[in-house]
Design a protein around this ligand. Structure first.
Ligand code: FAD
Length: 595
């Protein structure tokens, strides 16, 4: 019953009119030749694949789910396997990957836009190639030349898929206490023994081989996170020609029954002396895994941009069509028995909240995608470092703020449909269920908040935050002479000032009591999220203001949405700042027995 149309106009607005990606990419020798037409064609064709192949199997995937057939065999829902074959055949998986291993070498920012559409169409399905991309990133950064030659071309083509096996039943957030063991065989390989849980795409029928990246401990490993190593553990051990050979010694023991993303298999994986090879240095596995986790965190942000977009589209279509009550200011659809619900102010609040969140999230995540291209490919080391710092600072904000808003957006979309949103027919309740996991996996949003405030802000004395402050000040300076921009730039500058004060205050309190960081972190991340979204809306408004005279209603809608953001969503920052200032005492006072 639902519908999905790739939002190409807004995607192109962000890519070309806001970010001028082709201009920026010209400075990177690897991408200097890419032009706007090529980017648009990729997005149009990619959008067709998402809307015509992935979206129609989204509800089917939710209803059927994956099936555990016993003896380690998992089947995916109807149509998943066939869609994956089409994906591989068309080369979509290779889009952002290294040409040395068969990839198409397109910029990360373009790949991000494609990922948004895939997630709108079918998040559960998209996780299969999504995890392969994370495994590719870790192996590309830390694999030996032999490992890269053996595994990367197959992960790039999509013939094989990848996973990340971190979690154990007693070790989720705290990976330092994981128990899976790796015993050296003596010939450079290892035997891996242990049970991993919650492994997405751990077993399925979509690819010829599955390459697991597994965290385990060597016999002499020091305790904690300093004693974790990373191993490649393939389902079928590649033979001398690099083809899937002998079945390795592990199996999927069961799959989880869960709230959403039913089409993605969440597996218990029992490793029983499985053969593996070490990735990177012994005991430095977390460094390699962090490459995968950071890429996955950005990927989870894109999952929520995608879900928020598709939920918005469906609630908007419904609100234009559904007739209930008359407008408070008198009938609008006089020829009909009632007005469409979009005339009611509160329905508009729900729609505009979604629109403001999703468009800012899109602008922010593509902006970050471009920063990743700069970080990896810019010839000037100073520029690479500047961008690396911005990406490091804002990765937890993409993961935390966008997924929190994504969930809120999907519930608002459901609310717009009233009871029809709650029943399965329209697909809205599936989006709510699917969106909920994004706040939990890849490090819960609390962990993102602690990472932001503790590691990214306070640990370097606010240096990275100041860099982002400079980016904001440059934008404001750029518009300083334009009075039409005051309504957008003034609240942005005011919030930057508040953030600087708040950060110093928390930093001082934290020196006396580390619980102050834990107490302030979650509201602090939300404040920084709003700082980024205020920046995004000011940036977008700056482009729209200049084009208002074109008569294109798109620009008027941009400005109206920017105004809505500053009038209705931004004010939340005042209460969040109060919460972040309120300290830890009221949280920590109560004895555990008295809860
Ligand atoms: C559907 C699904 C798919 C998944 N896919 C994968 C996968 O592919 N690979 C993989 O390895 N794992 C995967 N996971 C696991 C996921 O990453 C973990 O569930 C997540 O990291 C949280 O760990 P946990 O569930 O053990 O919760 P816990 O770590 O037990 O946390 C419980 C609560 O305590 C809080 N908490 C914990 N420590 C702290 C702290 N220091 N400070 C403040 N609060 C804290 C958490 O924020 C959370 O609210 C998946 C999970 C699910 C449900």
């Amino acid at each position: 019953m639902g519908q999905y149309t790739p939002p190409l106009r807004d995607m192109q607005f962000v890519l070309h009119e806001m970010l001028n990606v082709t201009g920026a990419l010209k400075k990177l020798p690897a991408h200097a030749d890419i032009d706007a037409d090529t980017i648009n064609t990729i997005l149009e064709e990619g959008g067709k694949f998402c809307a015509e192949v992935l979206y129609p199997i989204n509800q089917v995937g939710d209803r059927e789910g994956c099936t555990y057939k016993g003896d380690g065999v998992v089947t995916t829902p109807t149509g998943f396997k066939e869609a994956y074959a089409q994906f591989v055949e068309a080369g979509w998986g290779a889009l952002g990957m290294d040409p040395d291993f068969g990839g198409q070498g397109l910029p990360h920012v373009v790949h991000s836009a494609f990922m948004e559409m895939m997630n709108s169409a079918n998040q559960a399905w998209t996780m299969y190639p999504g995890l392969s991309h994370g495994a590719y990133n870790a192996l590309h950064a830390f694999g030996t030349p032999e490992q890269k030659q053996l595994y990367l071309p197959k992960l790039v083509s999509g013939e094989w898929t990848g996973t990340m096996c971190l979690t154990e039943s007693h070790a989720g957030t705290d990976l330092g206490i994981l128990k899976t063991k790796a015993e050296p065989v003596g010939d450079g390989t290892y035997r891996i023994t242990g049970t991993k849980i919650f492994i997405s795409a751990g077993e399925h029928d979509m690819s010829k081989n599955i390459i697991h990246l597994v965290l385990a401990r060597l016999p002499d490993a020091p305790p904690g996170t300093k004693g974790i190593s990373l191993f490649i553990v393939p389902k079928f051990i590649p033979d001398a020609d690099g083809n899937p050979g002998k079945r390795n010694d592990f199996k999927c023991g069961s799959i989880e029954h869960k709230m959403g993303i039913h089409g993605n298999a969440t597996c218990v994986m029992n490793f029983d002396g499985a053969l593996g090879t070490l990735v990177g240095e012994p005991n430095k596995g977390l460094n390699a895994m962090f490459v995968m986790m950071n890429s996955a965190r950005l990927g989870v942000g894109m999952q929520s941009v995608g879900l928020a977009e598709v939920a918005y589209q469906n609630s908007l279509a419904y609100a234009k069509d559904r007739l209930q009550s008359r407008s408070l200011t008198g009938p609008k659809a006089k020829d009909k028995p009632a007005d469409p619900i979009i005339v009611h102010p509160d329905v508009r609040r729900m729609l505009l909240t979604q629109k403001a969140y999703v468009e800012a999230a899109r602008a922010f995540s593509y902006w970050a995608g471009l920063a990743i291209d700069m970080e990896h490919k810019h010839p000037d080391e100073k520029v690479r470092k500047e961008n690396a710092d911005l990406v490091a600072l804002l990765t937890p904000v993409i993961k935390g703020f966008i997924t929190d808003n994504g969930y809120d957006s999907t519930t608002l979309a459901m609310q717009v449909l009233g009871g029809h949103g709650y029943i399965a027919e329209w697909g809205l309740e599936q989006h709510v269920r699917d969106a909920r996991i994004n706040m939990i996996y890849e490090g819960t949003n609390t962990i993102q908040a602690l990472d932001l405030l503790g590691r990214k802000v306070l640990a370097d004395g606010g240096a990275k935050l100041m860099k982002f402050g400079k980016v904001i000040q440059d934008l404001v300076k750029f518009h300083a002479e334009n009075p039409a921009m005051k309504e957008f730039s003034e609240p942005l500058v005011a919030l930057l000032g508040e953030v600087q004060k708040l950060t110093m205050e928390i930093g001082q309190k934290a020196m006396k009591n580390p619980d102050e960081v834990g107490a302030a972190a979650v509201p602090y991340l939300r404040v920084i999220g709003h700082l980024v979204f205020s920046f995004a809306w000011c940036y977008a408004a700056g482009v729209a203001v200049k084009k208002l005279d074109s008569g294109d209603a798109f620009y008027k809608a941009k400005l109206t949405t920017a105004r809505f953001y500053f009038a209705k969503l931004y004010p939340e920052t005042a209460s969040l700042i109060k919460q972040a200032r309120a300290g830890s005492a009221s949280l920590m006072e109560l004895d555990v027995e008295n809860f």
